[in-house]
Write a protein that binds this ligand. Structure first.
Ligand code: FE
Ligand code: CA
Length: 556
């Protein structure tokens, strides 16, 4: 069953690489991998497993003009400790084909699923053609995975006539089924943009649609089991297998309302907890690990053979994706670098609701939402390339909700409303970048809010209806998570806010974008019965943004 790694036999087994550069936990060359394994004395699994190890499906992401990340994880018993795997490295073969039947295989290679990385496989396949579909699958321990379909980004100079994207966020497993993902999987998407709250870290509750296993996630094993529970959902698996993902996170991938290195209960062990959560995120998301971990390829292989936990202490998840001349998408991190929420009750962290006049911290210009480094990075890169559309994918509602009286005079401090000076800089930088057609995509608040973005001299300028519109925001509702706002309350706030074009808090779903050089059409898809796995799905409303005319116009 097991034995210490034998270099000669591994070299025979690992076979030839067909001209593909192979990244993490993969073997840039077999001799290097053999050396690595020798040093680490990692034992290799050589016999077939009794059970299918591909229970968690496949995924792809990080689409670039010549490369894409392919993902799977070996877990014959996905909810058991270590996924039911023994602590052995497992050789995994991957294949990429130009057709779904694998008649024309264009790249193949070998990777190792390492026990200390939860037997996840993360392969960045390079030397692919730009702007086209590929199909991929994995083989390991006598079994084969399902086939996934993915897509590379068009080349930078390519004129692209259309693209179809989905944006989604907030999928509390206990609150409902993932019909949104089933619908996304059918849309022949170029990419899925996921905006955070992929898992919810809380304990299991009785009386819900479904139940989280176990207590609130604290340890690496807890987070691994939680991701596995979510990833066992067939609709979520189908969505991952249907298109590449561009993914950012929000708070619940770690802990409700956390900000940087502090969290709501001010737990002194929080840094350890965040580290475990970040490692699990790396293990499950189809992201470029060299980019996210900020290491070279050779360091990455070492790091993942026996990961030092500090590797996952800080992750660089913000990046930009380019889609030919059609769009640039800036994926932003709104959690890791933010200052704590202002005016938290004594002895607590996290969010609260405050009256604007009673919280002097709100006007402190030094407080940041994206962090100084990310702000500078974004300012430098926005508009650097001239493309038709500039999509800013970020965590939470950007448009302010605090104007007016009554309910609207109170500020929820976890959103951008709690960081008004930082929002003002963000909007100012967007306006002054002169990039074409800025569109902000957001999630987190479990409701659809469609807004015109304006910028003036100070943070209260949204109250002036005469200011020029500089961009458009589509804040999408949750895949399944409950909304805490009644529709009537939201409508009252919207009535006092001239920039808000539409609000709907009582429906779950996602946003579907059809993009051409001339127009962006956004359909707000909704789930008729979130408590039914086979629910019907429809379109709640449809909006149009025309090239050169910021602001959304309702079509249907
Ligand atoms: Fe959420
Ligand atoms: Ca959130």
């Amino acid at each position: 069953m097991r034995r210490i790694f034998d270099r000669r036999r591994f070299l025979q087994a690992s076979g030839a690489l067909l001209g593909a550069r192979v990244l993490p936990l993969c073997l840039p060359n077999s001799a290097y991998a053999a050396q690595l394994l020798d040093q680490a004395s990692v034992a290799l699994l050589e016999t077939p497993l009794n059970q299918n190890p591909f229970t968690l499906g496949v995924a792809s992401g990080w689409p670039q003009p010549q490369s894409v990340v392919l993902w799977t994880r070996l877990a014959p018993e996905p909810l058991a400790p270590q996924g039911g795997m023994s602590p052995l490295a497992v050789p995994v073969k991957w294949e990429v084909a130009a057709d779904p039947a694998f008649k024309k295989i264009v790249a193949t290679g070998d990777a190792l699923a390492m026990p200390d990385f939860g037997h996840s496989v993360n392969v960045e396949v390079a030397a692919l053609q730009s702007g086209r579909d590929y199909w991929y699958r994995f083989h390991a321990a006598g079994a084969s995975s399902i086939v996934g379909r993915t897509r590379t980004a068009p080349a930078w100079h390519d004129v692209v006539t259309n693209a179809r994207l989905a944006f989604a966020s907030c999928q509390n497993y206990e609150h409902g089924y993932f019909a949104a993902h089933r619908d996304m999987a059918r849309q022949n998407l170029d990419a899925v943009v996921f905006l955070g709250d992929y898992i919810y870290e809380g304990r299991g509750h009785d009386g819900m649609v479904r139940k989280h296993i176990g207590q609130a996630c604290k340890t690496l094993d807890d987070y691994r089991q939680r991701y596995a529970q979510y990833r066992l959902d067939p609709d979520l698996q189908a969505c991952h297998a249907s298109a590449p993902w561009m993914v950012i996170w929000d708070d619940h991938e770690v802990s409700n309302d956390y900000a940087g290195r502090s969290e709501a209960a001010l737990d002194p062990q929080f840094v350890q907890r965040r580290l475990a959560a970040y490692q699990a995120w790396c293990e499950f998301m189809p992201v470029s690990l060299p980019h996210v971990l900020g290491v070279t390829q050779s360091k990455l292989n070492q790091a993942l053979t026996h990961p030092q936990p500090t590797v996952f202490g800080a992750l660089s998840i913000h990046t930009q994706f380019n889609w030919g001349q059609l769009f640039n998408l800036y994926a932003l991190d709104g959690r890791q670098y933010r200052d704590p929420q202002p005016c938290a009750p004594i002895g607590k962290g996290g969010s609260s609701t405050v009256l604007a006049g009673a919280c002097p911290q709100l006007s402190d210009p030094s407080r940041s939402f994206l962090g100084a480094q990310q702000e500078a990075w974004l300012k430098q890169h926005m508009g650097q390339r001239s493309v038709g559309w500039n999509i800013l994918a970020q965590t939470t509602l950007l448009a302010p909700l605090h104007m007016g009286d009554g309910d609207a005079a109170r500020i929820w401090t976890d959103g951008w409303d709690g960081y008004p000076a930082a929002r003002q800089r963000f909007l100012h930088d967007i306006a002054h970048s002169h990039m074409r057609n800025p569109v902000v995509l957001s999630g987190d608040v479990h409701a659809n809010w469609v807004s015109d973005l304006v910028v003036g001299a100070n943070a209260d300028d949204f109250a002036h209806p005469k200011l020029p519109v500089i961009g458009t925001e589509f804040c999408g509702t949750s895949v399944s998570s409950h909304s805490s706002w009644k529709q009537e309350k939201a409508e009252r706030v919207a009535a006092q806010s001239p920039h808000i074009r539409y609000v709907r808090t009582d429906q779950r779903g996602y946003g579907l974008i059809d993009l051409s050089p001339q127009r962006m059409q956004v359909s707000l898809r909704y789930i008729k019965e979130i408590v039914q796995s086979d629910s019907e799905i429809g379109t709640l409303a449809q909006f149009l943004v025309e090239d050169g005319k910021p602001g959304a116009r309702r079509e249907a």
